[in-house]
Structure formats: structure tokens, C-alpha cells
Design a protein around this ligand. Structure first.
Ligand code: NDP
Length: 325
């Protein structure tokens, strides 16, 4: 069974991946940054996972950790995952979501050279590397042309994945479109909507303030995307793969589906207000991914349609409300 190292193990995707790997019987190692409630809950839920305290910004520490663990598979999920945060902290974003990936690839190559065993790496890249793509759907051939500090940092890591592939390291770069689950923090619009919908449904009153209701996104189910990344790690050749559903919905459609699921019915629009303060400084154009290559080469396909995804998130938030009442 493989020895797996996951950065960002306490995040949405990291948690799902750890569970998938434990179910397979893998030896799971994870990087933990903030020793907060999330980390404590993770430790309690998964005592069999080897957690290592560290910081992506500490290149020396990262290198020695990879050398010590000698993983068969390395998944780089950690970093800044919010475009909004990246505008406030562009340099930190570059270090954590860009440079740290190169440090990890370099360390993985050293382990591979020293041990003679393949170290398969997966970089969690992002559709934000495409910026304002002039055409859609976007695929692996779409020009990399980011328009945010987050997109630029991810673009650097994406290019470095290609560079280290050229040096003989198996590095797959999975260009992930938005993927959601009940584990998304409420700082993200989807979970903000489902948490508010659950509250409004329970109380029969309340307002959900949103930015651009017409913004379109390609939203998928997070565990499906984690499954795609595992397939990419184990594929015979390392490559770039767009991971997406190929369907878009607006923020308004997400809000309507969530409020209806919470029982608000046709009056859902009365509970939604547009707040210009919540618009992104620069929003990307229509983002919709073409995952034909992942379907063809990895045998991957999304399994959870949009309404079901929204429903699962709302139901979870309704349950949370009930439990706290
Ligand atoms: P999360 O935001 O849920 O998780 C990010 C993780 O990074 C957390 O575990 C966090 O730990 C860790 N982290 C942050 N800073 C540091 C640091 N300095 N040192 C070590 N670890 C750190 O992300 P997701 O699970 O949603 O996404 C996984 C990856 O996929 C990310 O790289 C994201 O950019 C990318 N992606 C995600 C998409 C999505 O829709 N979810 C879409 C496209 C790409 P802590 O809290 O302890 O700081």
C-alpha cells in the first residue's frame, strides 16, 4: 500500500483524500499548519494519520519533511484558496500557492533519485490560471493568462509541474474548476448561500446579500475531484488534466436552488439582495471546463448533478442548525 503525503490535509479536499486513502489502507501523512479547532477535530477523527506540523513558507522544513517521509504519492493541496484574500496578500499568496509547489517537486525528485522509487505528485491547479479566457469551454490547451494574484501564483506552480515533469518526475497538474461540499467554509459564496438558506428556511425571514448574481461558475462535487486527482497520480503518464462538470450555473441559480430546498418556495427572490461591495475587483469571464481528456484517459466523470450538490449542502446546514438549537 502506498505511503501518501498530503499538504492541506485539514482543508476540504485534503480531508476527503485522507478518508479515501485510509479506506484503501494507505499510510497517510499530512502537513498541518494552524493548530486550531479544525486540526484538533481532524486529529480526533483520524488518529491513524501521521500529522506533521509545518509551514509551506518554510522551504527547509518542507524539504526535510518530504525526505523523511519518502512518499510514494504527494498531493499538494495546501495554500491560499481564496481569490479575495490573494488581492489583500499577493506576496504571501505567491509564496504559499506558487513557490512552495516548486520546493515540494524538487524535494520529491531528490527522494526519487535517492531511492530509485517513483514519487508521483499531483498539483491542485485552478481554472483561475486561465483568467479571462476568450473562449469556452476551457481545456488543457487554453492559454494560461491569469488576472488575479491567486491565478498568477497557481500559474507558476502549474508551469513548474511541467518543468519537473521534464526532469523525470511524475507531476500531474489537475486544473480544477470550482468544487463544493458541506466542508466548504462560509467565506465561499456557495456555503454562504446554503448556510443562509437553511437559516431563512427555519426562521421564515432573513436576507442573503450577494455580489454579482449573474456570475457563472462550473460547480462540481468535491469528492469527485479528489477521485480525479488520485487517478491522475496513478495514471501511466503524468499530464495536465482539466477537471470540471462542463455545465455552468449562475450565482442566482445557486441561491434559488438552495432557498427552494430549504422550503422558501417561490418567494426565494424576496430574500436575496445585491450588494455592490461584494463584487470581485476583477471577475473572470465565463468559466466552464471541458474534461474530455480526463474522461478519456483517466476514466473519470462527475457523479453528482448541480441540484443534488446544492441539496446535499443545504441539508447539511439544516442539520447543523437543528443540532445547535
Ligand atoms: P482549503 O482552503 O479548504 O484548504 C487549504 C489548506 O491549505 C488548509 O488545510 C490550510 O491549512 C492549508 N494551508 C494554508 N496555508 C498554509 C501554510 N502556510 N502552510 C501549510 N498549509 C497551509 O482548500 P480546498 O481543499 O478547497 O482546495 C484544495 C486545493 O485545490 C487548493 O490548493 C485550492 O487552491 C485548489 N483549488 C480548489 C478549488 C475549489 O473549488 N475548492 C478550485 C480550484 C483549485 P490551515 O487552515 O492550517 O492553514
Amino acid at each position: 500500500m502506498p505511503r501518501v503525503f498530503i499538504t492541506g490535509i485539514t482543508g476540504q479536499d485534503g480531508g476527503y483524500l485522507a478518508e479515501q486513502m485510509l479506506a484503501e489502507g494507505a499510510e497517510v501523512h499530512g502537513l498541518v499548519h494552524a493548530e486550531d479547532g479544525t486540526a484538533a477535530a481532524f486529529r480526533a477523527a483520524h488518529p491513524e494519520v501521521h500529522l506533521h506540523h509545518g509551514d509551506l513558507a518554510d522551504a527547509t522544513g518542507l524539504r526535510s519533511l518530504v525526505n523523511e517521509i519518502e512518499p510514494d504519492e504527494l498531493f499538494n493541496f495546501a495554500g491560499i484558496s481564496s481569490v479575495a484574500y490573494s488581492w489583500e496578500h499577493p506576496i504571501v499568496t505567491a509564496e504559499l500557492s506558487g513557490v512552495a509547489a516548486a520546493v515540494l517537486f524538487q524535494a520529491a525528485l531528490q527522494v526519487q533519485d535517492r531511492t530509485g522509487r517513483r514519487v508521483a505528485c499531483v498539483q491542485a491547479s485552478s481554472s483561475e490560471i486561465f483568467g479571462n479566457a476568450p473562449s469556452w469551454p476551457q481545456n488543457e490547451g487554453t492559454p494560461v493568462d491569469p488576472v488575479s494574484p491567486y491565478g498568477a501564483a497557481k500559474a507558476y506552480a502549474h508551469h513548474m509541474a511541467g518543468v519537473y515533469r521534464g526532469k523525470g518526475l511524475h507531476v500531474a497538474s489537475c486544473i480544477l474548476f470550482n468544487h463544493e461540499s458541506p466542508r466548504r467554509p462560509t467565506t465561499f459564496v456557495t456555503r454562504k448561500i446554503t448556510a443562509a438558506a437553511a437559516r431563512i428556511g427555519a426562521e421564515g425571514t432573513g436576507i442573503l446579500r450577494l455580489g454579482n448574481l449573474d456570475a457563472r461558475r462550473d460547480w462540481g462535487w468535491a469528492p469527485d475531484y479528489v477521485d480525479a486527482m488520485v487517478r491522475a497520480a496513478r495514471h501511466s503518464t503524468a499530464d495536465d488534466f482539466v477537471i470540471a462538470t462542463g455545465q455552468t450555473h449562475t450565482v442566482a441559480e445557486f441561491a434559488e436552488a438552495a432557498l427552494r430546498r430549504a422550503g422558501v418556495g417561490d418567494s426565494w427572490r424576496d430574500h436575496v439582495e445585491v450588494d455592490p461591495e461584494l463584487f470581485r475587483p476583477i471577475d473572470t469571464a465565463t468559466m466552464v471546463g471541458d474534461a474530455a481528456k480526463a474522461r478519456r484517459e483517466l476514466g473519470w466523470a462527475p457523479t453528482v448533478p448541480f441540484d443534488e450538490l446544492v441539496g446535499r449542502m443545504v441539508d447539511h446546514d439544516v442539520e447543523l442548525l437543528r443540532a445547535s438549537a
